[in-house]
Structures are given as C-alpha cells and as structure tokens.
Design a protein around this ligand. Structure first.
Ligand SMILES: [Zn+2]
Length: 134
C-alpha cells in the first residue's frame, strides 16, 4: 500500500478514482461525437467501453471493501480510542493513522522501518516515489 492510510480507506480511494476515471472517459467519449462528428463515434465507443469497465471495476472494489469491513475485526485504537477496523496483521487506524499490529515481532519497530520493510516486499526493485501524508 503506497498511501499512508488504513487499508479499507485505501480501497475506497481507489474505488473513487476508478469511478472518476470511468465517468471522465464516458464524458470525453460523448464530447468526441460533438467535436469530431463521424470520426468521434469510434472514440466515443472506446471511451464508453473503457469507462464502463472502469466503473464496474470500481463497483467491485467498493463491494469488496464493504465485504472486508464486515468481516474484519473491529478494535479500539489505543491512541485515539475510536473503534477502527484492522486488515491483516498490521494496519493503520482509520482516524489517527497510527500503525496497529497484532504481530509481536513488529510491535517494537518504528513507522519508517515498517514502511521500508513493506516496500521491499511489495515493490521488488521498482523506484518508489511514495507521497508522504503526515
Ligand atoms: Zn486512532
């Protein structure tokens, strides 16, 4: 996960992005007919198809996030004392973004060490320019 946020929130962010891209493509496709006439219809068709697929994908992501959030354990965050949901062994609080873990071996490392560890696992060699939201 590139974003410094709870995993469920990251899924929702991606779902929203996909919806926006899908809608954008459909609008662009329709605009293609207006601007380019007959030739624009091909563009419109492509835009509509890709847009539809993208929106279906986002629906899937939303649905998946919804399913996940009903099945994951709900815990009280030790930092802000709000009920948050945890995905996997390590996740961030949905409210204060504190890293929470059930893994004893990871419980004594810092934020940066954990991030480094995760990056090594997720992106093998690929250069990462992760935005830092602090
Ligand atoms: Zn919290």
């Amino acid at each position: 996960m590139i974003f410094k946020t709870a995993k469920i929130n990251a899924f929702r962010t991606w779902g929203l992005l996909l919806t926006m891209i899908g809608m954008g493509l459909m609008v662009l496709g329709t605009a293609g007919i207006v601007f380019w006439g007959q030739a624009g219809k091909v563009m419109a068709a492509i835009g509509l198809v890709i847009g539809l697929i993208s929106m279906m994908g986002s629906l899937g992501v939303y649905f998946w996030a919804g399913m996940l959030s009903t099945s994951v354990k709900s815990i009280e965050c030790p930092e802000c004392h709000k009920p948050t949901k945890m995905l996997g062994k390590t996740d961030r609080c949905m409210f204060c973004r504190t890293i929470l873990t059930t893994d004893i071996e990871q419980a004594n490392i810092t934020d940066d060490e954990l991030e480094e560890h995760q990056m090594l696992q997720e992106a093998q060699g690929a250069p990462q320019s992760a935005p830092h939201h602090n």
